[in-house]
Design a protein around this ligand. Structure first.
Ligand SMILES: [Zn+2]
Ligand SMILES: [Zn+2]
Length: 247
């Protein structure tokens, strides 16, 4: 009962301060009346909508009978499905790059709210949400994992019953940045880069439907490598949600 009252007061105060103190758009810093993007920055983003590939979420020009893009028909992914909220372009980079490289973890709630409708669709078919992990060395340098911050907000504020579980999957290989690499080089780079954290984690993952969460997908090599590790450990299925993807 006490917790419910506290939550209600928090909501009332939050609404009051939103009315009295306008907030800043996280991209252009212009004033907005609630947490989120201003209309100009929102207009520049390209949300990914249907029709898209049923497997990898790539936008399709028109709906096809089997709803699969050519790369997925040729080489099926080990993931059940991948969904992305937005195209990775100049507009979405203005959110993602500061979030990833400039300590702007205050952007996490905004990005989580923007991704919430797709997350809710995927979350009710999944048991566990796992953010794509950083290698320990990169984590110490950056001091946070942007994918974990996004996943934490999604699970805590938009997730229902899904469990936020960053503790099961580790990145054991310190891979160099993949910017500019070909698809083949990316696959080689992240091959066997992930591992299950400890033997007990295997028991927690057995038969579970996993939802991987990441900020950006380029070729899908990282998600594929994570999925193979989780499936090998006994996971029932692996899907993924990313904020933006290269199209
Ligand atoms: Zn703006
Ligand atoms: Zn596809």
């Amino acid at each position: 009962m006490l917790a419910t009252h506290t939550l209600n007061w928090q909501k009332i105060f939050a609404r009051f301060f939103n009315l009295v103190l306008p907030q800043a758009c996280p991209i252009c810093q212009s004033f907005v009346t609630g947490a989120g993007l201003c209309s100009n920055c929102w207009h520049d983003l390209r949300p990914i909508a249907e029709p898209c590939c049923a497997a990898c979420g790539r936008p399709l020009v028109y709906a096809m009978l089997d709803s699969l893009c050519a790369p997925c028909l040729i080489k099926p992914l080990p993931l059940l499905r991948i969904r992305a909220g937005y195209c990775y372009d100049a507009a979405s980079r203005q959110l993602i790059l500061p979030f990833k490289h400039a300590d702007r973890i205050d952007i996490a709630p905004v990005m989580a709210a923007m991704l919430a409708p797709i997350f809710k669709q995927l979350a009710h078919k999944a048991d566990i949400a796992i953010p794509v992990p950083l290698h320990a060395r990169r984590y110490i340098k950056r001091r946070y994992n942007q994918s974990a911050e996004l996943a934490r907000w999604l699970c805590q504020h938009h997730g229902g019953r899904i469990e936020f579980a960053p503790q099961y999957l580790l990145r054991t290989k310190a891979t160099p940045s993949m910017a500019g690499m070909t698809k083949f080089r990316r696959e080689q780079n992240v091959r066997r880069a992930f591992a299950i954290a400890h033997p007990e984690a295997k028991a927690c993952l057995a038969g579970k439907n996993i939802l991987l969460i990441d900020d950006v997908m380029t070729t899908g090599a990282t998600l594929t490598s994570c999925a193979r590790t989780l499936l090998k450990a006994g996971a029932g299925s692996v899907s993924a949600l990313v904020f933006a993807r290269v199209v």
